[in-house]
Design a protein around this ligand. Structure first.
Ligand code: ZN
Length: 55
């Protein structure tokens, strides 16, 4: 089967972290999900908020 994290084919019999190929890939996936909630907040650029028109 294919590991959702590293997209590599592996033998499910060799892994005890299914559906991932390894514990490492399982944690990477976990962190990715956490990262989406608490990752970089999209702070609006203060410069972009200014109207360039000075007329
Ligand atoms: Zn993997």
């Amino acid at each position: 089967m294919v590991c959702p994290t590293c997209k590599k084919e592996f033998d499910p019999n060799d892994s005890d972290s299914l559906p991932f190929c390894s514990e490492r890939c399982r944690l990477v996936d976990l962190n990715r999900w956490f990262g989406e909630g608490h990752g970089l907040p999209s702070i609006p650029d203060p410069d972009a908020d200014e109207t360039p028109e000075m007329l």
